[in-house]
Design a protein around this ligand. Structure first.
Ligand code: MCU
Length: 432
């Protein structure tokens, strides 16, 4: 009896916490703040994964729950997103563990040091910091491995650059049975978690340290992430898996990044098996899907949707088919349907309308939207509205890929149903 009361109370507080942090705060003449206060605000949602899922050559409906019902209100998205996260972790990325028991570190004007420990194992990694001019505390953009959005533009736009070495957290070149780096020191070198989720975990630990630093140098609630190519894959997944990240900016991410897995073979992009075998970017479980993406219950349009309503600026190269730019645009178009349903259609930008075809080139076409995205999502200023801008040579067509429509989601009331681990069902309804 007491036990179920406790469950009900826990459900109620989770519901309240969820509604509070899912709110979009809009000040007059200012941009919306869309970040959550926690890494995963769906942590209280009860997700029961299915034993098997139907094959589907088209993109799974992001609005339909695992139990077959469709979401009807904007607040339903929080727990639907939690389902997508579980599916993506199980089949695609591997598990990204929550914050470990020990996370400490320091933030100075030129360096962030992160100490992590879990179950008696510990590791340390650090990242250099370059501040913009002016008076802090500043927002910051984590730049993977020195390849990402132009760092001079980032700093000129008023954000610090955190130069993150993902290989310190998850090395390449090791093979799947002997993974190395700070993540695998804690969770074991045979962990089935792939590098993209491990790298994302490292970014989350950097944000933990910024949060606990007192916010004198860097702001904890204004973090962006970017990277190009393999680091574009990484930056994308970092934004997908940490809702404290306000602006996610993958560049030319290719297979294992933004492009829909189902579209990669037809477009002639790097094959799923090639990407799976090249480095352990994907989780080990993805190995059973490389020849049959139609069997996947998730695709990347749902990962795009997981970033919603936070800022997402996908940059792509239409001149290299190996990067799958058409499949990436379909992911953006599909994910944008969720942004729109949440009333945040202007928070996603896809931009491949560029002339220079060199991989990871610094492109003038992206300078203005980069500045505008930083202003809107990291500095809470300006009135930028994102859009999908595809180059004519790599134009995706969402209607070929979906058999679902986009619902009109109501604003409330918030309804959350939590199913306990036995047969008792606890329902909590709050009206905001
Ligand atoms: C586009 O990202 C990767 C690509 O998946 C790999 O096949 C290739 O070896 O490297 C690209 C990259 O990271 O380039 C810097």
């Amino acid at each position: 009896r007491t036990r179920w009361t406790a469950v009900a109370l826990a459900a109620a507080s989770l519901t309240l916490a969820g509604s509070a942090i899912a709110l979009t705060r809009t000040a007059p003449a200012e941009a919306a703040v869309t970040v959550a206060a926690v890494e995963d605000d769906g942590a209280g949602c009860q997700v029961t994964l299915p034993g098997s899922t139907p094959s589907n050559s088209r993109l799974p409906d992001p609005f339909t729950r695992i139990d077959g019902t469709r979401i009807t209100s904007k607040s339903d998205w929080r727990c639907r997103r939690a389902e997508i996260r579980e599916l993506a972790e199980r089949h695609v990325l591997g598990d990204k563990p929550a914050k470990p028991t020990g996370v400490t570190g320091t933030v100075s004007s030129d360096r962030i040091t992160v100490n992590v420990s879990h179950n008696g194992r510990s590791a340390t990694f650090s990242a250099s910091v370059q501040l913009p001019s002016g008076t802090g505390p500043f927002p910051a953009v984590v730049v993977y491995g020195g390849f990402g959005a132009d760092t001079a533009t980032i700093r000129a736009a008023g954000a610090a650059v955190i130069s993150y070495d993902p290989y310190a957290v998850g090395q390449e070149g090791t093979g799947r049975g002997n993974k190395q780096g700070a993540f695998y020191t804690l969770y074991g070198n045979t962990s089935s978690t792939g590098l993209l989720a491990a790298w994302a975990w490292g970014v989350s630990r950097i944000i933990d340290v910024i949060e606990s630093s007192g916010g004198t140098v860097l702001k904890a609630d204004a973090t962006g992430v970017t990277g190009c190519s393999r680091f574009g894959k990484g930056a994308f997944i970092a934004g997908v898996l940490d809702q404290r990240i306000g602006l996610t900016m993958p560049i030319e991410s290719g297979t294992a990044g933004v492009p829909i897995y189902r579209g990669v073979p037809g477009e002639g992009a790097q094959s799923l098996s090639s990407a799976y075998g090249e480095q352990p970017w994907f989780g080990d479980a993805f190995g059973s899907f490389t020849g049959n993406p139609a069997a996947l219950p998730v695709d990347t349009h749902q990962l795009v949707a997981m970033v919603a309503p936070r800022g997402l600026f996908v940059m792509d190269n239409p001149h290299i088919a190996n990067l799958g730019p058409r499949s990436a645009s379909v992911a953006a178009l599909g994910g944008a349907e969720v942004y729109k349903a949440l009333g945040a259609g202007g928070n996603i930008t896809y931009h491949s309308n560029v002339s220079n075809g060199s991989h990871c080139a610094n492109r003038p076409e992206w300078t203005a939207p980069l500045q505008q995205n930083i202003a809107k999502f990291l500095r809470n200023s300006g009135s930028y509205t994102g859009s999908i801008q595809m180059h004519s040579s790599a134009t995706g067509n969402l209607s070929q890929w979906r058999d679902w429509t986009t619902p009109t989601l109501s604003d409330g009331p918030t309804t959350t149903t939590t199913t306990s681990t036995t047969t008792t069902t606890t329902s909590t309804t709050t009206t905001t």
